[in-house]
Structure formats: C-alpha cells, structure tokens
Design a protein around this ligand. Structure first.
Ligand code: PEP
Ligand code: MG
Length: 736
C-alpha cells in the first residue's frame, strides 16, 4: 500500500500480489459506491475491461451476498450456490472455487475482496485469515479518499436517516428524546502495518496489564454498591483478560507485520465468525463480552480509556450501545441521561432490569439499525411501543415532546404524594409495598415512600452469575438489602429459577411446558443444597433483625411443610453452632398454583402470611401463557371468575387472620388495583414506578361505593368488567 503510483495503480498491484501469493487465478476487489452498489475496482484474472463496469447490488450474486451478510464465503463449487449469477463481461464461468471476505470499516461493509480458482479447491482457514488481513488494509484506502469521495458511501445512510424509524423490543418503559451519544466511541484502527514487531508486542503487554488493572478496579469499586450482583461477570472478564491463548493469538498476528491494535481487531473478527455459529444463548452472550473486552483492550492501546460517561455530555442525551453492563449504565449522570438504545439486549439482561429500576426508557434488539445513527443526531426513544426515530421530522418531534412533557408533569405529581398515606376518601388505609430484585431497586423504596418490600426476587443475583453464588456473597447481598431497607420490612422469596428464568449454572432439559415444569421450589426439593445454602445466607444476613421468607410455586400443603423443614434444619444448625439468629422469623408462601386454594383450611394455620403471585396464578387459572404476546390481554383478571377466585382467597385469609398481599403485576395498574380493593385486598406489592399512580387512585376513591358496585358486578357473565369499572371510576372522580 505504501508503494508507488496512484491509489488505483496500487490497488491493481495489491490484487496481483494476492493472486500470486495465494495461487489463485483471480483476485478482485469491489467497493461500495453511493446507492449501495458494489463496483469492481481492480482485478487480476478477470477481463480488465470489466473494471468500473461490473456493478452489483447488495445481495446480488455471490459478491453481493457477502456484502449483505457481512460474512466470509468459502465455496469449492461456487456455481452451485443459489446466489451465483453469471456476468458475461467478466468471463468468469470457468472458475469453480471462490472465497470472499467483506471489507469492513466501523462494522460497515465498504467492499468485498474475492479470490477464485479454476479447479475445485478447498481454501484453508489461514488463507481466509490472510484475505481478511488484506481487507482490513483496503478499508483504510477507502477512508483515505484517494479512490473516491468516501462521503459518497455515507450519503445513502444519511438519506435513510432523514426518515429513519426502527422497531426494537421494549426493555424498560418510558419515553425520551435527546441527542445520540455513543457509549463507547468506536475505536478506528488507523495504523495497520508495522515494521517494529518487538515494539508492538511491548505495547500489547502494557495494554493488557492496564486492562487487567482496570477490571480489578471495577471489581473493588466501593462506590457503586452493587458489585455483589455482577462480581461473577467481572470474574469472567478477568479470566478472558488473563487468558494466555488470547494473548498468544494476538502476538502471532503481530508477527505477520500488523500493529497490536490491528491484531486485536483481527483476532476478534475470527472469534466472532466462530462464535456466531453457536446456538447456545449463554455462549453467544459471551461473544458480546469478548467484543467488549477486545474494544477495551484497543482503547488501552490507543490511550483512550473510559466510556462516554467521563466526557462532557449534552444536557439531554440518548445513549447508544451495542450492549452494556449494569455498572456502565450507573456511571452516567441520571439528570442528563434520557434513554438508551441497544443493538442487542434482552428483557432479562441485568442492564434491562437496572434500567427498569431506574425508570430509564430502554429499547433493545435494534440490530443493524443502530449502525445508521450518527453521534449527535436527534433521537426519540418510545419505550412504550418499542419504536426509535433518528432525526425525526419536526411534527413527530413536537408530538413526542408534548407527550414527554405531560408525563413529566404527572411524575412530579406522584413525587408530591410520597409522604402522604395511601388512604381512601372514606378512611381505609391501604399498604403499598414494592417489588425488588436488585440493590438499586432499594432506591425505589425510599423514592416512593412505600412501606417495605413485599417481594424480593432473589433469583436475579443467580441469573447474572456464571456460577452458583456461594453462601458468603449471598449473605453479603441480603445484608446490604436489609441495610438499605433501613428498618422497613423485606419479604425474601427463595429461588424462583427455571421456567422463564434460566440460570447458566444449571443445565436443564428442553421442556415442552417450562412454566409447568421443573422450576422454583420443585428444583429446590431435587437439589436441596441450593435452598439450604440460601436459607443459611438469609439467616446470617438477618441476624438480630426480622426475617420474612416465602417459597415460590408451592402446590400443596406437604410442599410447604417440606420447605419449612429445610428452614428448620438450618435454624437448628445455627443454634448448634451458636450463630446469631434473626430476632423474629416470619414464614409464608406464594400462592400462584390454583390447587393451593382448596387447601387453605389446612395451610393457613401453618404460616404467618401469604402472597398472591397473580402473574403465575392467572396464567394457570386461564390456561394462558404469560409470555406469549399473541395471548396478551385475551383474558382479563378484572372479570367475574378471576375476581371471585381472588375474593375467596382474601375471605379465607381474613377468616384465619392471616395477612395477605398481592404481588403480581396486576396490582400495579390503577384500575385493576381498584378492583382488588373492592374485593377486599388491603396490601399490594407493586413495581416502584406504579406506587405513584396507584396511590393517586386510592386517595381519590370512596371505597364503600365501589364495594357495593362490585358485589353487583361479580354476578354478571361479562368477559371483562374493565369497561364498566373504568366508567364508574370516571363518573365518581376516581383517578385511574
Ligand atoms: C407472580 O407470579 O405473580 C410473581 C410475583 O412471581 P414472578 O413474576 O417472579 O413469577
Ligand atoms: Mg411467579
């Protein structure tokens, strides 16, 4: 590339050298021109007259296919491939084998490099890697602008951005608007070749060392206060960062004459190609860890450490990232951070859970669409419908702005209710508690003024761990939670894994009906150590304080007794060892399996409280998968059968004087909460964001009136009572 002649002459020399060295009859390079057209720029072996004449659309022919998929292609019989098209001007029908690689720059395809052979040839892995190395260097030629104006390639993108509207998956609800800020400004490798190999190896060693130091710092960070939850993730990072195999692979590529950063990029490219083929979601998730790590290493190599969080950021911004960890999100100034859009991301990923807890709208699984957003561009995140706009037209921006403003006004009204009681107009006190699962959820407890945590989902700590959390870290975590609750009660639910909550350390079979399968307490009975260790950790953490503990998915009385026995064994173990015990232990159960309703007479005398998990109870009651979007809203909990079932449980609990809470999602919607109060519930555990709206409803309600109306409604045969109840609320000034 540093040879003589103009860019075109050097390009022609490159393809000649590649063809000679790789013993290929043909080597050709295509570059992407404006309008997404691949144009032949240089060839050794095809007709010279085809240069600048052969043009292919993305997706057309094998070259177009490589550009469309951004993946290498290696074919011993290219003409058999369904994408093969014959272009007369090139005279290529006699070539059997073809290997091509995309020319990538900042993850965008800017061209394609191919070699071809007359005979049927199986190209080797090393040959593919060599071709990729050449492609990396060619990408720089495009960027230099010596061949054509590189802006031409961006034009197509900018044109699209003018009306860009993309759909993703809602990971955290809410709406926001602001300018795009890249979480990790993409590192462009600008220098690829070196003639000082020892120097590059030294640079690599220094960068690896500072990367390891950085991870160590993250592991010991005191200020974030949530390290217990993702310590295991950082352990995995450290394992990779210290991996001798990784280091050796990078060094081997430096030996071929590439700079350290180009070698890191190339090793990661190979990793990607290998790991993308894997079907195991856990391993694929590790791919983004590896991407992240390679990126971090390159930032150390180029002296650009740190994410955008440390930069001077605009007043209102939307964070754009391929993926990010929960700690990364917490690094940003929450006053300025409006929302987040992710190329990957999943609803159960830790970062999504954190975003929900913080009320930061987040849309994920945007895929390639994210490659189109430019830093500083205007972005709207609609975290209600999962829609994202880049550079929205003025009228869309304005209507979103109005929407966001009115939401802000409402949020301020909810905040003003914080210290006021959740009391109806006719003087009935309702207890509002929050659902939590992470230490940052505990901020929600203070922020909303809720009276405690009615459901602490302990499984989140397990879901983000690569290995089973030990008793020590579990105890530390629960102790932190109790400290954060500052004397308010916290109900810990023991592990509810399986079903929709997979954990990486427990191999499970493919189940036809995972929600009805091996999950929650059922796993605990088959793997009793799991529950014993957890109970032990809870007893340790609550020493000298009150401990409330409940079990998920209890199906009959004998199961409750078995779970209690495990708890008793651990209490006895504590006593024998003279370990300090909680001052008071309250034991309850979730009620989420309908069978348990007909055993309440036997069950209620055995326990201290009960909590209805309406998410599962409703899915079993209506035989309706809670995860299936096609069924969402098909059956209504505000309907006579569901409310009658719930009412029978409340009545029984009142008869036995056992406190009852409802902790599923339905309690968080004001109109459903209204129905629940009308059938006798006085304690709801809901998402922190729901406390304001539900409290506002309660404070505007005359309960006696709606109780009388509900008695009438329950005898009807309507599919849903939602409409009637909503109309009643509107007529009576109830704020729902
Ligand atoms: C429920 O099922 O309603 C519940 C609260 O538990 P989870 O949503 O965690 O299954
Ligand atoms: Mg449940």
């Amino acid at each position: 590339m540093a040879g003589v002649g103009n860019a075109e002459q050097r390009l022609t020399e490159v393809v000649r050298l590649v063809a000679n060295n790789m013993i290929a009859e043909v080597c050709s390079v295509y570059f992407m021109r404006g309008g997404e057209i691949l144009e032949l720029f240089a060839t050794e072996g095809l007709k010279a007259t085809a240069v600048h004449k052969t043009r292919l659309r993305v997706g057309e022919g094998l070259v177009g296919h490589i550009a469309a998929t951004a993946l290498p292609l290696n074919l011993s019989n290219a003409q058999k491939h369904p994408k093969f098209v014959y272009r007369e001007e090139t005279g290529e029908e006699i070539y059997h084998s073809l290997m091509g690689v995309p020319i990538l720059r900042s993850s965008k395809v800017v061209g394609v490099l191919v070699i071809q052979n007359i005979t049927r040839r199986h190209y080797m892995q090393e040959e593919k890697e060599s071709l990729q190395t050449v492609a990396m260097v060619l990408a720089e030629l495009v960027a230099s602008g010596d061949l054509f104006d590189p802006l031409e390639q961006q034009e197509a993108t900018l044109e699209r951005a003018a009306t860009a509207r993309f759909e993703g998956v809602v990971l955290a609800e809410g709406m926001a608007e602001g300018v795009a800020v890249f979480h990790e400004p993409k590192i462009e490798v600008v220098k690829h070749l070196t003639d000082n190999i020892p120097l590059e190896k030294n640079r690599l060693a220094t960068a690896l060392k500072s990367l390891q130091d950085q991870i160590e710092d993250m592991m010991s960070a005191e200020d974030v206060g949530h390290q217990g939850e993702h310590k295991e993730i950082l352990d995995v990072y450290m394992l990779f960062a210290k991996d001798k195999g990784w280091n050796a692979k990078i060094e081997a590529i430096i030996d071929t004459g590439l700079t350290a950063e180009a070698a890191v990029e190339k090793v990661q490219l190979n990793n990607r190609a290998r790991m993308q083929k894997m079907t195991d979601p856990y391993l694929r998730e590790r791919l983004s860890d590896m991407d992240d790590l390679a990126n971090r290493l390159n930032r150390h190599l180029m002296g650009r450490v740190g994410s955008a969080a440390s930069a001077n950021l605009p007043d209102k911004f939307i964070l754009v990232a391929q993926n990010m960890g929960p700690a990364d999100l917490l690094d940003y100034d929450r006053e300025k951070l409006g929302g987040v859009i992710l190329q990957d991301g999943s609803p159960t990923a830790h970062v999504s859970i954190v975003a929900r807890a913080l009320g930061i709208p987040m849309v994920g699984q945007m895929g390639e669409a994210l490659l189109d957003v430019a830093e500083g561009e205007q972005v709207i995140v609609n975290g209600v419908d999962g829609i994202v706009y880049f550079s929205p037209p003025q009228e869309i921006l304005q209507s979103y702005q109005e929407n966001i403003d009115s939401r802000d006004v409402l949020l301020a009204e909810y905040d003003a209710l914080r210290d006021l009681p959740a009391k109806t107009l006719d003087g009935v006190e309702v207890e509002l508690l929050v659902n939590a699962g992470l230490s940052i959820d505990m901020e929600g407890l203070a922020r909303t003024g809720a009276s405690g945590v009615g459901l602490f989902r302990t499984e989140f700590q397990f879901m983000v761990s690569a290995s089973l959390p030990r008793v020590g870290p579990q105890s530390d975590f629960y102790r932190d939670i109790l400290d954060a609750a500052d004397g308010k009660p916290v109900v810990f639910r023991t592990l509810d894994i399986g079903g929709d909550k997979p954990v990486s350390f427990l191999k499970r079979d493919d189940e036809a009906n995972p929600a009805l399968g091996w999950r929650a307490i059922r796993i605990a009975f088959d793997r009793p150590a799991l529950l014993r260790y957890q109970v032990r950790a809870l007893l340790n953490a609550a020493a000298g304080r009150e401990l409330s503990i409940m079990f998920p998915m209890i199906t009959d009385v004998s199961e409750f007794k078995m779970a209690r026995d495990i708890l008793n064994k651990e209490i006895n173990r504590h006593k024998k060892r003279k370990s300090p015990l909680p001052e008071n232990i309250r034991v309850g159960t979730m009620l989420e399996v309908p069978a348990l309703i007909w055993q309440l007479d036997n069950l209620l005398p055995l326990l201290d409280f009960i909590s209805i998990g309406s998410n599962d109870l409703m899915q079993f009651f209506f035989a309706c998968d809670r995860e299936n979007p096609k069924l969402a809203g098909r059956y209504d909990p505000i309907s006579p059968p569901a409310l009658m079932m719930l009412k029978s449980i409340v009545d029984k609990c009142n008869e036995y004087d056992v406190p009852i809470t409802l902790c599923g999602e339905i309690g968080g919607k004001p109109v459903t909460a209204l129905a629940l109060l009308a059938i006798g519930f006085r304690r709801l555990s809901i998402a922190p964001a729901a406390v304001g709206p539900v409290k506002m409803m309660i404070r505007s309600l005359d309960l006696a009136g709606v109780e009388a109306y509900m008695a009438e409604l329950l005898s009807r045969s309507d599919h849903s009572l939602r409409g009637l109840l909503t109309a009643f609320a509107k007529d009576h000034g109830v704020k729902i």
